[in-house]
Write a new protein. Structure first.
Length: 140
């Protein structure tokens, strides 16, 4: 395929240079939420906005927090999250992984609040024309 070592070296060098140019863009794309529901979740978490976060929830949601878990309505979830955010002011959030299966999306992230680190997990499904969250958890 390659007639001499110099041609092979040049081909490898070009590959690495192109890889280095593309890699930072791919990494940046992973750091940024791509769907509107993800952008809302990130914004709501960073701003401790329970109203904004609960607006993305399905009518009944499986909610898990350190002191409370169960099936709750959107309005109940809002008040539960308000209570959590009063005690735990978010400092940072980063998405760790995102998986897709059968039209659903499962996102895992990490929320820092003072000395506490919380694992955030949520399940998104399409309901009619919009994406809604069916499960949401904040666990230490």
């Amino acid at each position: 395929m390659f007639s001499n070592k110099k041609t092979l070296f040049n081909s490898v060098a070009v590959f690495w240079v192109l890889s280095l140019m593309v890699l930072p863009q791919a990494t940046q794309a992973q750091d940024q939420p791509t769907d509107s529901v993800d952008r809302i979740v990130v914004h709501a978490l960073l701003n401790a906005n329970a109203d904004e976060l609960s607006a993305t929830f399905y009518e009944k949601i499986d909610l898990v927090l350190p002191k409370q878990k169960g099936m709750f309505s959107k309005s109940q979830s809002k008040f539960i999250l308000m209570s959590f955010f009063r005690e735990h002011k978010p400092e940072s959030y980063v998405e760790l992984s995102r998986n897709f299966s059968n039209g659903s999306k499962f996102v895992v992230g990490q929320l820092i609040s003072g000395p506490h680190t919380y694992r955030i997990c949520y399940l998104v499904k399409r309901e009619e024309e919009q994406q809604v969250i069916y499960q949401f958890s904040i666990e230490e």
